[in-house]
Design a protein around this ligand. Sequence first.
Ligand SMILES: [Zn+2]
Length: 275
Amino acid sequence: MAPSSPLPSLLRDLITANHILHHASIVDGYGHISIRHPDQPSVYIMAGYLAPAVVSTPEDLIEYHIADGAPVDPNAKKGYSERFIHGEVFKRFPGVNCVIHSHSEAVIPFMVAGVPLKPAFHMAGFLGSSVPTFDITPLYTSTSQRDMLVNSVPLGAALASHFASPTSPADSALPDNLVVLMRHHGFTTCGQSIQDAVFRAIYAHKNAAILSNAATLRAAHGLGSGGLDFLDEEGMKGCRKMNEATADKAWRGWVEEVRAVSLYRNVMLEEEEKQ
Ligand SMILES: [Zn+2]
């Protein structure tokens, strides 16, 4: 590792991001976040087989090859079976440096109900006008265990393809879609930084909750289905720009929130404080 490598600070932030996502109900005992290795772009890093709330040291993290999802250390401890979600998004989009997978209880109802997830407010312009849905079911064979898990390179690649629009060049470094819904499962989002991806995961979840509340209000007032008021195209673009320029402020606040909760330990942060 070069002396100037950003790796230590990224590992510190990755540990804290696990806690922030747990604190915001984006992950519970399941769900995960990964980063691309800043010095080895063909490697990604994520927690081993641990609940996100208890990830606390760099030893809890595992490095994987993007090519096939194999651990860099063949003797690595057990990891997540769904790491292929992460590896295949990193493989398809070289500009993506962070991937998050969630079973958000606010987002899943949209797939169950067949209702499109659209941006309701200015914190969710990144959703765009149409959030694609990945359906794993047609990819199963007669012998598959139909558990909805994206636990192989082909399944991960199929999911990753939904981050590109049909007209996008195959070599685009960045995805056209920043959130992909996963039928009977949850959603995946990504970013160029941990901060961007965490922001999107949290506000995809909050946006879903707001839409559900709005639909409930309409129904309670006898206003019928439809009629929800979404951001327009220009609003989406403008809000996305604003969100990307201000995500650092929210991040700093979330870091302090989880530092104040004794459940969450980040040994790297604790060592920094001692210095
Ligand atoms: Zn999952």
